[in-house]
Ligand binder design. Structure first.
Ligand code: NDP
Length: 299
């Protein structure tokens, strides 16, 4: 099969493409950096700029849309918020317009989203796909990103799946790459009060979720891609410290996070206890449902 993938040079996209190449599929990566694509996949994929998608002559069997400016790395200035939106909402709109111009009729359009869709929930009740979201920047961003992706159903006749992803844990990138330096030095610990929920997923399960949605042609709509066992930030810190055999008691005060990240600190200071109800109902089995084992396999 021939799949078109945006965000293919990223943490999730790279792992997904390696899996799909091993399975013998053909991949075209939509990227701003063709040289990075060539380096990562050693010439095994094609690459194309977003504005050139309409020129793709080969039949596209499915689209996986993962592009987006990193969300936690920098303070959310108005300009940054605009970039976070453009690289997801506007990008997705343009991608679908390009596919329509090419008269592409992919069977599926699987699009990234995030558990930020639910907004910041103080309470501990597990959130499933039908749970009521709380308004705020991350909810509005994910809502609009998902709304654009759903247009692929109307405009291209594609089956649309929205992957509401939790914190992805894996080797060589994502959240763990940022957490490991202080934890390795014994300087890690809970953030703020530590009682905020962290809904996480192992990278390998995230890829399996995308593969599962690709293969199951009756599935459509939103899916929480998180382990069934979300934990509090305090438990996460203790577990990571335990796996690394390091002390993890140095609490990062809330005001320091706010000074460092401004509004973006809400991603770390507030949380959601998300439950993958629809995936489990559909028969998906997590390889790493347990945090300790997932961390052991991510380090
Ligand atoms: P990465 O940051 O690793 O990669 C994202 C990719 O998006 C990049 O490789 C880049 O591709 C592309 N991109 C970045 N900025 C822009 C831009 N301004 N315009 C167009 N394309 C851009 O992300 P992940 O792989 O970690 O995540 C993939 C998606 O899943 C993201 O949208 C992310 O928000 C979402 N997600 C990830 C989570 C995680 O824990 N990793 C959690 C929840 C959601 P190139 O440079 O080739 O153009």
């Amino acid at each position: 099969m021939h799949y078109l993938i945006s965000g293919g040079t990223g943490f999730i996209g790279t792992a997904l493409i390696h899996t799909l190449l091993e399975e013998g599929h053909q991949i075209t990566v939509i990227s701003r950096t063709p040289e990075k694509v060539a380096l990562l996949f050693k010439g095994a994929t094609q690459s194309v700029a977003l504005t050139q998608v309409n020129k793709i002559a080969k039949k596209v069997d499915g689209v996986i849309n993962l592009a987006g400016e990193p969300i936690v790395d920098k303070r959310w200035s108005e300009a940054r918020k605009q970039l976070l939106r453009e690289s997801r909402v506007d990008f997705t709109k343009e991608l679908i317009a390009q596919l329509k111009r090419a008269s592409a009729r992919p069977e599926f359009f699987i699009s990234g989203s995030a558990i930020g869709f639910y907004g910041s929930h103080e309470g501990g009740a597990p959130l499933h796909e039908g749970s009521h979201p709380i308004s705020g920047f991350t909810h509005d961003l994910c809502r609009d990103w998902e709304a654009e992706a759903l247009e692929a159903g109307k405009l291209l006749g594609a089956r649309v799946c929205l992957v509401r992803t939790g914190v992805v844990l894996g080797v060589g990138g994502g959240a763990l790459a940022k957490m490991l330096p202080p934890f390795n030095l014994g300087l890690g610990g809970p953030i703020g009060g530590g009682q905020q929920w962290m809904s996480w997923v192992h990278l390998s399960d995230e890829i399996s979720v995308i593969r599962f949605l690709m293969e199951h042609q009756t599935l459509l709509g939103s899916f929480n891609a998180t382990s069934p066992n979300a934990v509090t930030n305090e438990v996460f810190s203790q577990t990571l410290g335990g796996v690394l055999d390091k002390s993890a008691k140095l609490r990062m005060p809330e005001f320091v996070m706010k000074l460092l990240l401004g509004d973006a600190s809400e991603l770390l200071l507030e949380g959601q206890r998300v439950y993958p109800a629809r995936l489990l109902d559909a028969g998906f089995e997590f390889t790493y449902p347990d945090l300790e084992v997932a961390l052991q396999h991510s380090l």
